[in-house]
Write a protein that binds this ligand. Structure first.
Ligand SMILES: Cc1cc2nc3c(=O)[nH]c(=O)nc-3n(C[C@H](O)[C@H](O)[C@H](O)COP(=O)(O)OP(=O)(O)OC[C@H]3O[C@@H](n4cnc5c(N)ncnc54)[C@H](O)[C@@H]3O)c2cc1C
Length: 414
């Protein structure tokens, strides 16, 4: 049975825009409310997803056929050791089929498919009230309330919706951050060693690792010399040290991210020194040359359900797994694709939401299990690479990341 609903979407980032596209194509009436008054460009970095996922998004006209991306075909595991100071020693390269692109380019591609008449910038949602007839009223900071048949919270990992629906299910800090930067290719000493690889580097004497790859530039160019080198360093930071670390150069205390150009110079210098001490020189040099670096703390979030009444969670507002899984960027899109199918096939909205939520819980738990295995392998319990061979590294990887068969993902179906 087909339901045609009046749907409010909180958050106009990747999940919110994907939801607006899919739901309006399915015949629903949607309105997206994004708290940011300006476009969400210029703040993102590089991001990667699997080749087949990007291909299917193009085929479904979620993104343009010529959406700019660069292919990453191998992940050499690398460490610096005597005799291998410049590029490092790599016992083994994992094959990859990943497509890397610029976050801002993805957002612009999705956003242009959402009509301006459905997208409201500068509209911060402050509360949501569930009525007895199941309709939901959204309250705004600076605008009159609006009432909907269904509300989707696509408001990110610090979701207001998650807090309202399931008090106590706060995201859990994983004990490490991503320190990130973007360096134009023409500012690198040489670009050839990186090529189409996405090397992952262990540190010689610290916990964590670094990943580096090329993405197209802001204009979509993937021509040699015009690309952008995107790097992301996983670095541990204790809960006790976080409050001090998250104060920016203007004295502002941040919670989840420090935006580009706002880190305190002494903290940026400390981390650059740490990388110089721990990485092969070629990669330390890329980091040294990068300006306006930025920070994202890494959290995971679990949920008892993806819905309550007629309020749902999608994207990072739902379950959040560690970023190694590469699942984050299109999670919201997949959540909504399943929701559209459930609304089209189930006799009532209540039954559609129940079945949809149970399926999303199963997927979320699998991703968290994968994320935990990869976190162990890459952060807390890595292979000592300096003494490893190709055979021992490949065997270690296959034993360390066994996803997904060994887990029991059974759900308390509601
Ligand atoms: C500007 C920006 C840049 C990013 N860059 C990267 C990147 O380079 N690499 C990467 O891996 N991930 C990046 N992310 C995060 C990435 O988008 C998410 O991890 C993932 O794609 C899931 O997206 P999401 O839409 O669920 O959540 P998010 O992308 O976190 O979006 C949540 C949205 O909800 C809005 N919002 C929150 N609360 C309210 C409220 N009360 N009322 C109205 N709106 C609200 C926020 O302003 C935001 O636009 C970025 C996010 C943003 C917002």
């Amino acid at each position: 049975m087909q339901h045609r609903l009046n749907i409010g979407i909180v958050g106009g980032s990747i999940a919110g825009c994907s939801a607006a596209i899919l739901l309006s194509r399915a015949g629903h009436h949607v309105r997206v409310f994004e708290r940011s008054a300006s476009d969400l460009v210029g703040r993102g970095g590089g991001i990667a997803t699997s080749g087949p996922v990007l291909e299917s998004l193009m085929q479904e006209d979620i993104i343009d056929r010529d959406f700019p991306h660069s292919a990453a075909t191998g992940m050499p595991l690398v460490i610096r050791k005597p005799g291998f100071e410049y590029l490092g020693y790599s016992p083994w390269t994992m094959s990859l089929n990943l497509m890397a692109f610029h976050w801002s380019a993805l957002w612009k591609n999705l956003r242009k498919r959402v009509p301006d008449s459905s997208f409201f910038k500068g509209r911060k949602v402050t509360d949501a009230i569930q009525h007895a007839d199941q309709r939901v009223t959204l309250c705004f900071e600076d605008a009159p309330d609006e009432t909907f048949d269904l509300v989707l919270f696509a408001d990110g990992y610090q979701s207001l919706g998650r807090r309202l629906m399931f008090p106590g299910s706060e995201p859990k800090y994983c004990g490490y951050m991503l320190w990130r930067g973007l360096l134009p290719e023409f500012e690198m000493l040489q670009s050839a060693p990186l090529g189409s690889n996405m090397p992952r580097m262990s540190y010689t004497s610290a916990t964590g690792n670094l990943v580096v790859y090329f993405v197209p530039n802001e204009n979509g160019s993937v021509r040699q010399g015009e690309r952008i080198c995107n790097w992301a360093a996983y670095i541990t930071c204790s809960v006790a040290d976080l409050p001090d670390f998250m104060v920016d150069r203007f004295g502002v205390q941040h919670t989840g991210t420090i935006p580009p150009g706002c880190m305190r110079p002494e903290e940026e210098a400390r981390l650059k020194k740490l990388m110089r001490e721990n990485l092969p020189e070629y990669y330390a040099d890329i980091i040294d040359r990068t300006e306006d670096t930025y920070v994202q703390l890494i959290y995971t979030a679990r949920l008892p359900s993806y819905y309550k009444g007629h309020m749902c969670l999608i994207g990072d507002a739902g379950m959040v797994a560690q970023p190694f899984t590469g699942s984050g960027i299109f999670k919201g899109y997949n959540n909504v694709k399943d929701l559209v199918a459930a609304l089209d096939t189930q006799p009532t909205v209540a039954e559609a939401l129940r079945q949809w939520s149970n399926a999303q819980l199963r997927i979320g738990r699998r991703l968290l299990a994968l994320g935990e295995q990869m976190e162990q392998a890459f952060i807390w319990n890595p292979l000592p690479l300096a003494d490893a061979t190709a055979a021992s590294t490949e065997a270690w990887w296959k034993a360390a990341v066994t996803f997904p068969e060994e887990y029991d993902f059974s759900v308390d179906e509601k």
